[in-house]
Design a binder for this molecule. Structure first.
Ligand SMILES: Cc1cc2nc3c(=O)[nH]c(=O)nc-3n(C[C@H](O)[C@H](O)[C@H](O)COP(=O)(O)O)c2cc1C
Length: 414
């Protein structure tokens, strides 16, 4: 058994299953939690029992399933107060619009809502609902209230809904994501970045020429995504703003997807204030001066059309000199020549505290794929005090080491 699993062994979850189509995913969630040595006890709402049965939930959790506030036997055996007292964490999945509304307003008219109101334990909600229900002002209000009350959230995700023809934000987080969020909340270790909000950018940007063409670069997003994940592992609340990449969103990280440099800047600015901003994305320096609404046609005898470029916003410099500048601003410099000189010049010009410089030239010696798109990286950390050359290592190792450095720097900045 891994150390992680051993740490969670015996942890107790009270899983409140609400009445939504995503209730079926809870069966998988229970299985995954039990695989991790977590004890799961379940409460089902009346509506939840329309979607899955207490029989299957009980079989998977190997425990009695609690469904009725006024069941004399249940109340005698355990009681609704003990249900919450005996858990380390309460998880609501799927968290229906109804359950969120009840807890946000303090209603307690069935077993699930009474347990949620009567508990002093941490609560994690995994909302799942139709995108229009999720977007409704009332639900947004309830979510904000619950967050202000200290309730943690995982998801919802964007995507295809169980109801045919529906797509948007409202799909319940996958069981593996919920299990990960639970593990993070259960992990009692002091996390050096707990309570910190950190923005990370990653991937390339696409700059539109016409409806079918764009200017891009070779960035895969692997390094930025790995940094976002490493910061989340140290307890930070990480917001990742990602350009178009083909790798999955990191677990436990709130990800916003953008295409162009201008969209990336707007997304980053909307996330301020933050404790730190880590700008890993390979943002295009230039974009086509004009964006053509129609596909540019190849015309016989006319030769190629001219492609005039205009400068893109400099996101790092903008945040480095922003009135809401994060305490720590770190930029990445992809260079093919004069690594140190260029990195040091960037440090001052951009108002950054650190520049992580990497040599992205094809002869940089980091193996197949080079730095951009490859699995390994070799970086130099340039600060006003000097520089630190790190040995070549995997992008995950660079991420872990950088996350620790960020934790140390933020700790010292207090
Ligand atoms: C087919 C069907 C699917 C539903 N899916 C959801 C859902 O995904 N999310 C949600 O909030 N409500 C959904 N509802 C509505 C809830 O079941 C309803 O609001 C119920 O009162 C919730 O009860 P509970 O919060 O006690 O579980 C659905 C209803 C039906 C009939």
């Amino acid at each position: 058994m891994s150390q992680k699993k051993a740490d969670q062994n015996g942890a107790r979850i009270l899983l409140v299953i609400g009445g939504g189509i995503a209730a079926y995913k809870c069966l998988d969630l229970i299985r995954r939690l039990r695989e991790r040595g977590i004890v799961v006890r379940c409460v089902m709402t009346k509506a939840a029992q329309e979607f899955i049965t207490p029989l299957s939930v009980g079989a998977l959790s190997a425990d009695h399933v609690f469904t009725d506030l006024f069941d004399r036997q249940d109340e005698h055996d355990i009681g609704h107060i003990r249900l919450s007292r005996e858990a380390d964490l309460i998880v609501v999945a799927p968290a229906t619009a109804d359950l969120m509304a009840k807890l946000a307003t303090g209603l307690a008219n069935d077993l699930a809502s009474t347990v949620l109101l009567a508990t002093d334990k941490p609560v994690l909600m995994a909302p799942a609902m139709n995108p229009r229900m999720w977007q409704h002002k009332a639900t947004r209000r309830n979510r904000d209230t619950l967050e202000a009350d200290g309730i943690a959230f995982v998801g919802p995700n964007k995507g295809e809904m169980a109801e045919s023809g529906e797509a948007g934000e409202g799909r319940m987080a996958e069981p593996i994501e919920i299990a990960h969020a639970i593990e993070t909340m259960l992990d009692g270790k002091e996390k050096p970045l707990a309570g910190r909000k950190i923005i990370v950018t990653s991937g390339p940007t696409h700059e539109v020429i016409d409806p079918v063409r764009y200017i891009a670069n070779r960035s895969s997003g692997k390094q930025g995504h790995a940094i976002a994940a490493a910061l989340a592992r140290l307890g930070a609340k990480v917001h990742l703003v990602s350009g178009p990449v083909s790798i999955p969103d990191p677990l436990g990280v709130a990800t916003t997807h953008v295409e162009s440099a201008r969209q990336m800047r707007a997304a980053v600015e909307a996330l301020l204030p933050a404790d730190a901003g880590i700008f890993v994305a390979a943002v295009a320096d230039w974009r086509p001066a004009t964006e053509t609404a129609e596909k540019i046609k190849k015309k016989a005898g006319e030769g190629p059309p001219p492609l005039a470029l205009t400068e893109n916003p400099d996101i790092l410099a903008g945040i480095g000199h922003h009135e809401k500048r994060p305490t720590l601003v770190i930029g990445f410099a992809a260079e093919t020549q004069d690594l140190f000189k260029n990195a040091r010049a960037k440090l001052n010009k951009k108002g950054a505290d650190l520049i992580v410089a990497n040599d992205v030239s094809h002869d940089s010696g980091v193996g197949p794929g080079g730095v951009m798109g490859g699995e390994r990286n070799s970086v130099v950390i340039v600060s006003r005090e000097g520089h630190d050359e790190w040995p070549e290592m995997s992008k995950d190792d660079v991420a872990s080491r950088l996350a620790q450095l960020i934790a140390d720097r933020l700790g010292k900045a207090e």
